[in-house]
Design a protein around this ligand. Structure first.
Ligand code: ADP
Ligand code: MG
Ligand code: ZN
Length: 634
């Protein structure tokens, strides 16, 4: 957000500079004489002397204010003088005539004219400057929403209107959020916890009578896209109360001191509309632990303090409930989590198999589908997908149907869009050479065979060597048969072996390595490291936690909590685990070398084969029945 701030300031500065340049250019080019010409006052006797010396070229007599304006010299060296006329000097005309001075009487009111010129010369650019300022201000407001900030150039002459410190909270009437719990699939526990808040918002009086204190705030915690915002809206919808939404990042993107003002304003609005819901999205942006970083910390802290004091301060009789969402609960300042603030924590988890199917069903209602659609297949092939991903899959499928000129979404559309959302769009423009295709085919078949030869691995659903926009040149999709929540040590090791299968196949067949395995290597290392540092699965360290995950949801890596010497040993242990997986994969492939050839060639030709085709080929007894290696049967 700092970036945006700077950008805005810079563009503001540019507007001002442009204005000044325009002003100078206009005044200098259009009215050079007026701006630079000087009228010198002289005495009447000086004037007469100049006339006598034949210096005066022309003279104008302004009878209205008894002024004589005269010029000396011509062209660039011309000078203008003025003097007060001597009353009733009748001889003047004769004298001027004698000296050949160009005489004008009853001259136009030059001083008035000068005023007009001055007005144009200075006024016009000023008006332009105002217009420019107004435009710049509007431009900025557009960027920042309706109540964006205003800038006041103190003595600079032009101010820019706009309410200072108004919050951007969008108020949506509860009835109008149009969302109820029915629109949120799964998340039953979250809904149950929120039910009490709904009840309270509907009849705050009952709670007051008994003297029960109601929750002031609840924190919705979960990975992105799991429906936290949706749930908050649903609470408002269920209770039929207004819904104020603001994002934590909006608080801190402003100029210093504005965040706190915004919080104050937000709660002022909320108090007027109570009972109501105040929803603060991405609260971690304001509510981060007060740490050491220097960057805009002050601003955030002020905002946080204001938020805390507002939450302590409001009179809860009327029923204001503050809901907040975050995917980084561990970064929140403990002060936020104290009783009376966000003391309730409502986990909003990634959907399980049943949850995924329910979410798909809800979103499938919005699009026209063919009759024989099986959403459970889609649900099974999308482990780890969030609600937002699933909604996206349905939408992608609808887009695809339109692209192919159909008016209903087909099963194929859905399956294809799973690939798009999970693995990235098919990339038609990447043209692989035949040799590269062969390598990729062996690589993917390697993964698939190692997976198939293990008892515990998820079955292969699909193998493809069509490049994806994500950069993957192919992939092997495995689908768990059912949901399970625990991973055994053997399963983890098998996973590593499957990940090593691609590289192992390349080495076995071509005797060389390619860069195609980088993603596999990264994942395998991650699993091995977690086994050692988090899950206590290594023989060497046993059940000692050696690391702490930084962010559970964003895969933010881990922080080692051990000595340096131990870190070295951890590395060795991780390396040994991956090596073990590699050996296991190699042995499996060696034992099934002929199947590897057969399937890889078929894949190279067809580019995509289904799990069924794959299993049929693998199991077909053509003298090369699959060989389970000793290792994988361990
Ligand atoms: P978050 O706030 O947790 O990042 P959102 O509430 O913004 O996630 O969810 C994004 C979109 O994903 C929603 O608008 C909705 O379409 C879809 N979605 C997520 N979870 C669910 C769910 N449980 N049921 C139905 N739709 C969901
Ligand atoms: Mg959200
Ligand atoms: Zn691979």
């Amino acid at each position: 957000m700092d970036m945006d701030d700077n950008k805005r300031r810079r563009s503001m500065l540019i507007y001002v500079l442009i204005a000044i340049v325009v002003y100078l250019a206009v005044s200098q080019t259009l009215y050079p004489n007026l701006v630079s010409s000087q009228v010198t006052e002289t005495s009447y006797s000086q004037f007469l002397e100049d006339v006598d010396n034949n210096k005066v070229v022309s003279a104008e007599i302004d009878t209205s204010n008894n002024e004589i304006r005269y010029t000396e010299g011509t062209g660039d060296s011309q000078k203008i003088y003025k003097t007060t006329a001597w009353p009733n000097d009748d001889s003047l005309a004769t004298t001027l005539k004698e000296h050949g001075v160009d005489m004008t009487a009853s001259i136009p009111d030059t001083s008035g004219d000068l005023w007009l010129y001055m007005l144009i010369a200075y006024g016009l650019p000023l008006v332009g400057l105002f217009l420019l300022g107004w435009w710049a201000n509007r431009q900025m407001k557009k960027q920042m929403g309706d109540d964006g900030p205003s800038m006041n150039f103190g003595g600079g002459g032009f101010g820019m209107g706009g309410g200072l410190g108004r919050s951007n909270a969008k108020e949506v009437k509860g009835e109008d959020t149009g969302v109820t719990f029915k629109d949120v699939a799964g998340q039953d526990e979250a809904k149950e916890s929120l039910q009490e808040i709904v009840h309270f918002l509907k009849n705050p009086g009952k709670y007051n009578e008994i003297g029960a204190k109601c929750p002031r705030g609840a924190l919705l915690v979960g990975p992105p896209g799991t429906g936290k915002t949706l749930l908050a809206k649903a609470v408002a919808g269920e209770a039929g109360v207004p819904f104020f939404q603001i994002s934590g990042s909006e608080f801190v993107e402003m100029f210093v001191g504005r965040g706190a003002a915004k919080v104050r304003d937000l709660f002022k609005q909320a108090k007027e509309k109570a009972p109501c819901i105040v929803f603060i999205d991405e609260i971690d942006a304001v509510g981060k632990k007060r740490d050491m970083s220097i960057n805009s910390n002050d601003e955030r802290e002020q905002t946080l303090n204001q938020l805390l004091s507002e939450m302590d301060g409001f009179d809860n009789h009327k029923g204001i409930v503050v809901l907040a969402a975050t995917n980084r609960p561990e970064t929140l300042d403990p002060a936020l989590l104290r009783p009376g603030r966000f003391d309730r924590r409502i986990p909003v988890e990634l959907p399980d198999l049943a949850g995924r199917e329910a979410i798909l069903k809800i979103h499938a209602n919005d699009v026209k589908m063919e009759r024989d659609i099986d959403l459970s297949v889609i649900a099974r092939s999308t482990p780890g997908a969030s609600g937002a991903d699933l909604a996206n899959i349905i939408n992608e499928a609808a887009l695809r149907a339109v692209r192919y000129g159909r008016n209903r979404v087909s099963q194929e559309d859905l399956e294809e869009s799973v690939d798009v959302v999970i693995a990235g769009e098919k990339k038609k423009s990447t043209v692989l050479s035949e040799h590269e295709k062969e390598v990729v085919a062996y690589h993917e078949t390697g993964h698939a065979i190692v997976a198939a030869m293990q008892s515990g691995s998820a079955p292969v659903q699909k193998i493809t060597i069509v490049p994806r926009t994500s950069g993957a040149l192919g992939f092997t999709m495995q689908v768990e048969e059912d949901q399970h929540f625990l991973t055994t040590r053997k399963e983890a090791k098998d996973k590593i072996a499957v990940l090593c299968g691609g590289r192992a196949a390349e080495e076995l067949i071509f005797g060389e390595m390619t860069t195609g395995a980088s993603n596999d290597i990264e994942k395998a290392t991650q699993i091995a490291r977690a086994m050692v540092t988090q899950y206590g699965m290594s023989d060497k360290f046993g059940m000692v936690a050696l690391g702490q995950q930084r962010s559970r949801y964003l895969g933010g890596g881990e922080e080692l909590t051990c000595s340096e010497g131990t870190a070295q040993e951890i590395d060795n242990e991780v390396q040994a685990l991956v090596e073990e997986g590699h050996t296991q994969a190699m042995e499996t492939l060696k034992a099934n070398r002929f199947k590897l050839h057969e399937i890889a060639h078929y894949l190279q030709k067809k580019e995509t084969i289904t799990g069924e085709e794959f299993m049929k080929m693998l199991k077909r007894d053509d003298g090369f029945a699959p060989q389970f290696s000793g290792q994988s049967a361990q």
